[in-house]
Structures are given as C-alpha cells and as structure tokens.
Design a binder for this molecule. Structure first.
Ligand SMILES: [Zn+2]
Ligand SMILES: [Zn+2]
Length: 255
C-alpha cells in the first residue's frame, strides 16, 4: 500500500498549479498560482516549497506560468519544460531543464513521460508520473482527445483531466463567436462530454480516481461537469471536481 497525495491549488483560466506527492517525491505541476498562496496552502498541510524536488510545466500560456518568477525565487529545484515554455519564462533563476516529448528518469525510481497534447500553444504537453508502477496522469488544455494521449493515460491510478466547458453553455454564453470557435476547435479545450467519454474509456483500463480540471467559470459549473461525467459511466469511479482556488489535500491509496 502506498499513498499518492495531490493538492489542486487552482485550476482554470485564472491559474493552474498542482502539488503531487508520489513515492518519496514532492512535485509541482504548472506555476499559474501565486507564491504566497502556494506557500500558505502547503503550510496548512505541514509541507513547504523547500521540499519540492522538481517542477514540470505543460505549456507557456499565462494561466500556467504567471507565478514562475516568484516561485522559482523560493525554490532551488529544477524546472522541466519544453524549450518554447522556457523562452516564455526566461526571467526565472532556477535551474532549467529542457524535457522533450520523451520518457525520462528524473529521480531514482521516478519516470516522467511527457507527450504532446493538441492546443494553441506550441508544443503543449501532458504528463504521466510513474514511481515504481504507481502512475498519475495530467492532461489539461487539450482541444481534442486522441488515441496517442489515451495510450499514455491507460492504467494510471489517478488522472487529472480537463473538463472545460458545457458545449450548450458555451454556445449560448457571453463569449464572442470567435472565442467560442477557438475553445471548440481541436486546439482549444476539452468539453464535459468529451471528458466524460475519455473517463469512460480509461475506467475500462482500471483507473478509478479522476480529478476534473480547468473548468471555465463562464461556460461551466462544477455540478454540470460532475453530472455529465457521472451519467456516462458504466464503471464505479471516484470523481473530484477541482475548484478554481483549492486548498484541500487529497489522498489516494494504491495497491
Ligand atoms: Zn492553454
Ligand atoms: Zn490553461
């Protein structure tokens, strides 16, 4: 038995950052939530930034990197990302390590797989963190699910997946048509219905724990996302909806 712990500090267009404990390691994914909030939430759970072993970035959109300079001034751990993302956070003082679309042994026992996700920032990526066979998948900012992404996520113990919008709410909502088209395009964001189908498929390969991420504040509600996903499942799953601002520590027991 071993525990995977996750804190969703924040998720959505106002900012994204997740804390992940897997095996002996403490990781951060994305840096779109301010330094003080992350420091305070970690302290609530008797943890602090100096414990973080490595930081991973998915892409360079502002909601994923805006706190990078402040955060990196308070940790000495390396930041792993694509070249295109490093360029957009060039003021950062931490050690920067280019990570291509590959599986790399980052720390003893920890393999990290970085893979491409279709989105309108060059070389947006998803991740699978694998510590001795215990696996956590992370895919947000994904215009369209595809077989390649599914193949990486299959068999993960816990998956954090985008459930950005309800298509009807988006089409009838306040966003201009051009922005609606961008979100709905294959380089935009994943809808509740697409997320539901993805989770259904992945549940057939054994995943039981899912976190819905990157919900739109204008074109979605936590209730709509939860309901859409739940009513399309044929396996029992455990579903958590990440709030726009979160401080909860989630623990997942794995075999
Ligand atoms: Zn994005
Ligand atoms: Zn985003």
């Amino acid at each position: 038995m071993s525990t995977i712990s996750i804190i969703p500090f924040g998720s959505g267009s106002t900012g994204n950052s997740f804390y992940l404990e897997i095996g002996p390691y403490h990781l951060l994914i994305d840096m779109g939530i301010g330094y003080r909030r992350i420091r305070d939430v970690l302290a609530m759970h008797e943890r602090d930034l100096s414990m973080v072993d490595a930081i991973f970035l998915t892409h360079g959109h502002y909601d994923h990197v805006k706190a990078a300079p402040a955060l990196c001034n308070h940790t000495e751990c390396p930041v792993y990302a694509d070249q295109s993302v490093m360029f957009s956070i060039r003021s950062v003082s931490s050690e920067r390590k280019i990570l291509g679309m590959e599986t790399a042994q980052i720390l003893p026992g920890l393999k990290v797989t970085k893979f491409p996700v279709p989105h309108d920032f060059v070389q947006t990526s998803g991740y699978v963190f694998n510590y001795k066979g215990r696996k956590v998948g992370y895919v947000t900012d994904c215009g369209k699910m595809n077989d390649s992404i599914l193949s990486y996520l299959k068999g993960c113990d816990v998956i954090i997946l985008e459930s950005n919008h309800d298509v009807d709410m988006l089409k009838n909502g306040p966003y201009p048509k051009q922005l609606q088209a961008r979100i709905l395009s294959r380089y935009g964001h994943l809808s509740n219905a697409d997320c539901a189908e993805t989770i259904r498929e992945l549940s057939h390969f054994g995943t039981r724990h899912f976190l819905l991420a990157h919900l739109s504040l204008q074109n979605n509600t936590p209730e709509a996302a939860f309901k859409t996903v739940m009513e399309r499942q044929d396996e029992e799953i455990d579903l958590y909806v990440c709030p726009a601002e979160g401080s909860e520590l989630l623990n997942y027991e794995t075999e």
